[in-house]
Ligand binder design. Structure first.
Ligand code: FAD
Length: 395
């Protein structure tokens, strides 16, 4: 019986911890057609030691217990309008990381390189950290920083790592045997990560149309359209396009990593010390706090998170006692269902590429945005039969 990540049959978040932990270099992460990374095991090198299986947080039955007296929920706005306009939500990331930078710590967050590729980088100055601001709705690669985080902790530095919950769990799992007293983990509320290949092809398509290179890209252009808008803006030398194609495809779930539909971290018990997201619903609960420039939802999950939160000096925050309406069920707690035509779409994409795929699937994507389709007739029929059979065998 194989004792390597092969046993998980591609149920994987692509964090690459198995590759990093393997002492025999038997695992490499490879891109699939969507640009998502999955492990490939070299059976000639693998000795079945089982280390990768042991460290695979995504497939383990880790339970994250709520720390007594937690969580606390806050609405937060950075005091600087400029910071908020350059952040996706209310600038919680900047407020939290400033505390750590003041202690000469290192920040690990996601940066968009050449407008195209999302990777995690290390920042030790505010300027470097500012490059990590804003949400990139495609999957970020953390492989380049895994070892660096360990080295920073071993040298006694404060470290703040911020990323999706699965990335936070991955870092936790990698550092199992290290002193993590000075490590602060911030998980962002995440609906799912978009396809890096789709984003890159999209930029190529627009670049061709504009007959110019892309010089800038924002996934959700808050400065021109407000916090609650969903417009992506792509900049060229002499023009810009304000569009919503990426948003349509993302919110239809057609371009989100398939494993995100079965995410073990969609839960109220969070994996990070602090969780940050958009404080949707604030306009109803606290209209005086809302100005459409962004408000962060901050969930403090334990003492370490609380200590860091208490040290923030550059933001206004309000404790929310009745927080249930702010805790977005779809992103925080409940998995979504993969679209019925998910596999069909990607088979078509593989054969015909970006342009033909968006032409063919644009209307379908629009029809299922932010919603769930009923199961196809054949599956519904099958499910009914299974239920009936179960009933009969019980009798
Ligand atoms: C793919 C994705 C889906 C999201 N879905 C939701 C949602 O459904 N509901 C909700 O409330 N919030 C969601 N968010 C979180 C939200 O958009 C903001 O990232 C969060 O509120 C932080 O905003 P900020 O103003 O504090 O900081 P910002 O300065 O905007 O900070 C951005 C932070 O996000 C991290 N980040 C950015 N892109 C990525 C990425 N691709 N992978 C990992 N980390 C990344 C950076 O490391 C940094 O910590 C999502 C974010 C991403 C990246």
């Amino acid at each position: 019986m194989k004792k390597n990540v092969f046993v998980f049959k591609n149920h994987c978040c692509g964090c690459g911890i198995c590759e990093a932990i393997c002492p025999h270099n038997a695992i490499i992460m490879q891109n699939n057609i969507q640009g998502f990374k999955y492990p490939k095991v070299n059976n000639n090198k693998c000795v079945n030691c089982g280390l990768c299986v042991e460290h695979c947080h995504f497939n383990s039955s880790n339970s994250f217990d709520v720390t007594d007296n937690y969580p606390y929920v806050f609405a937060l706005k950075h005091k600087s309008i400029d910071v908020r306009l350059n952040s996706r939500s209310g600038g919680a990331f900047t407020a939290l990381t400033d505390v750590v930078l003041n202690k000469k710590g290192a920040i690990y967050g996601c940066e968009l390189i050449d407008n195209r590729t999302a990777i995690h980088t290390r920042a030790v100055t505010q300027l470097e950290r500012n490059n990590q601001r804003e949400s990139k709705y495609i999957q970020s690669d953390i492989s380049g920083v895994i070892n660096s985080i360990k080295q920073d902790l071993l040298s006694g530095k404060y470290v703040l790592f911020s990323g999706t919950a699965c990335q936070v769990a991955a870092i936790k799992s990698y550092l199992k045997n290290i002193d993590t007293n000075k490590l602060i983990l911030v998980d962002i509320i995440c609906h799912g990560v978009g396809s890096p290949r789709f984003w890159s092809d999209y930029l190529d398509y627009l670049s061709h149309k504009a007959n110019s290179n892309v010089i800038g890209a924002v996934f959700r252009n808050k400065k021109d359209f407000g916090w609650n808008s969903h417009i992506e803006t792509i900049y060229f030398n002499d023009k810009k396009y304000d569009l919503d194609l990426f948003k349509i495809m993302y919110t239809s779930h057609l371009i989100i990593r398939s494993d995100c539909s079965d995410c073990p971290y969609k839960r109220i018990n969070r994996v990070g010390d602090i969780t940050i997201g958009d404080c949707w619903g604030i306009s109803d609960i606290l209209p005086e706090f809302f100005d459409n420039k962004g408000v962060s939802l901050v969930i403090v999950n334990d003492k370490k998170g609380q200590n860091l939160f208490n040290e923030i000096s550059c933001a206004d925050s309000i404790a929310i006692n009745n927080s249930s309406s702010l805790l977005q069920q779809s992103a925080l707690n409940v998995n979504w269902k993969k679209p019925n035509k998910y596999s069909k779409f990607w088979r078509f994409y593989k054969k015909h590429g970006f342009e033909q795929s968006i032409k063919k699937y644009d209307e379908y994507a629009k029809s299922i945005m932010f919603s769930e389709e009923p199961l196809p007739l054949i599956k519904r029929g099958l499910n009914k039969c299974i239920k009936l059979l179960k009933k009969k065998t019980k009798k």
